[in-house]
Design a protein around this ligand. Structure first.
Ligand SMILES: Nc1nc2c(ncn2[C@@H]2O[C@H](COP(=O)(O)OP(=O)(O)OP(=O)(O)O)[C@@H](O)[C@H]2O)c(=O)[nH]1
Ligand SMILES: [Mg+2]
Length: 339
């Protein structure tokens, strides 16, 4: 489909599914029984060609340049240049970037409405996702990806709707079976039920007609993501176009960086909202607990002091009684001896 004929990307608002769905929170075979992992990363999950590299690079470029509610800053110049050069190369060469060959960590600082969080992200070959969650192969790369998922503070599941609805079993299995396995794993971890998870349907410029045909975002998700919706009750769904495409003079679809992305920041803003409100509620709980502890300590001290006072008066009273008895005895002796 030629996206120049398809300016209208209105596919319905971002939607949140009801939480009443069946909750498949069973222990997962990959779940390690260790304590709660330190969650410090935004994890972008997706099969090969789901759009991970382009999404991360365009998100960074837009948040770095723009002055919206969401800002992202790389911790080091190397990450900053790597992300921006992906965009620059697309612009200059009118070509999409090659498939990712090696994993690379992106150290980022994400600032949303005054709340700042240090986050790590990972760009990796989508093939590793298949090996980890569909074929369940154990090697260095799959262990690294699984550990990355284990430490997720928030997860963005990137799915190209064309692949999921293609009817090609092997490809669709990554987005269907693979995603469900990954989400069961996340939910089975200690504290995993609180991790915000969003489904991002990518390339909505090229996929607009397909999505509309299946009932926009909601209809498409209900039709093709039923297992995921059951595994993650209340899943939030966004439609995103990171880089629009256009047909060049040779009829090839090439990136068009002059046109605006669509819905790019929504998924991360949603996760940041959830994380900051969780953090505020954790802080409130901690303050309340500290106040309760203090009140309890004060009560104990007061009770101890009261008990101390009681002892004091008991001793005084005993001494008084002893004094009275003594005076009585002395008086009795004096009276008796003077008779
Ligand atoms: N029209 C359109 N095409 C896109 C968009 N994002 C990605 N694509 C297309 O999808 C292809 C794959 O995108 P990548 O970001 O490289 O995908 P990936 O998930 O990093 O893939 P691997 O590195 O193989 O894991 C690109 O070469 C583009 O053809 C988008 O927003 N709009
Ligand atoms: Mg890539």
């Amino acid at each position: 489909m030629d996206i120049d004929d398809n300016e209208n990307l209105d596919l319905g608002d971002d939607i949140q599914f009801e939480k009443s769905a069946e909750n498949l929170n069973e222990p997962h075979p990959m779940a390690m029984s260790d304590s709660s992992p330190q969650r410090d990363r935004v994890v972008v999950l997706g099969r090969t060609r789901a759009g991970k590299t382009i999404y991360l690079a365009r998100l960074y470029e837009q948040c770095w340049k723009g002055n919206g509610a969401l800002r992202i800053e790389a911790h080091d110049g190397h990450t900053h240049l790597a992300l921006l050069s992906t965009i620059e190369e697309m612009q200059e060469r009118h070509n999409w970037p090659p498939a990712t060959e090696d994993s690379s960590y992106l150290d980022l600082n994400i600032i949303f409405r005054g709340h700042s969080m240090t986050m790590v992200s990972l760009d990796y070959p989508g093939e590793v996702f298949r090996r980890a969650f569909v074929q369940q192969v154990e090697d260095k790369d799959t262990h690294e990806l699984i550990d990355h998922v284990r430490r997720a503070a928030a997860l963005l599941l990137l799915i190209d709707p064309k692949v999921l609805s293609s009817g090609k079993l092997g490809e669709a299995a990554d987005d269907d079976f693979g995603m469900v396995q990954a989400m069961r794993y996340v939910r089975s971890l200690p504290g995993g039920m609180q991790v915000p998870i969003v489904l991002v349907l990518t390339k909505i410029d090229e996929n607009a007609e397909l999505l509309r045909h299946h009932g926009k975002l909601r209809g498409f998700a209900e039709k093709f993501c039923g297992n995921l919706l059951r595994t993650v009750p209340g899943l939030r769904i966004f439609g995103v176009c990171a880089v629009r495409s256009r047909r060049d003079s040779l009829g090839r679809m090439v990136p068009d960086l002059d046109r605006e992305p669509r819905g790019l920041t929504g998924p991360v803003e949603y996760c940041m909202q959830q994380l900051t409100s969780q953090r505020l509620s954790d802080e409130r709980t901690q303050i309340e607990r500290a106040m309760q502890d203090r009140a309890r300590r004060e009560e104990v001290t007061a009770a101890r002091e009261e008990r101390g006072n009681d002892h004091f008066w008991l001793v005084v009273n005993l001494l008084l009684i002893a004094g009275v008895v003594l005076v009585g005895l002395i008086t009795w002796f004096v009276v008796k001896s003077t008779r």
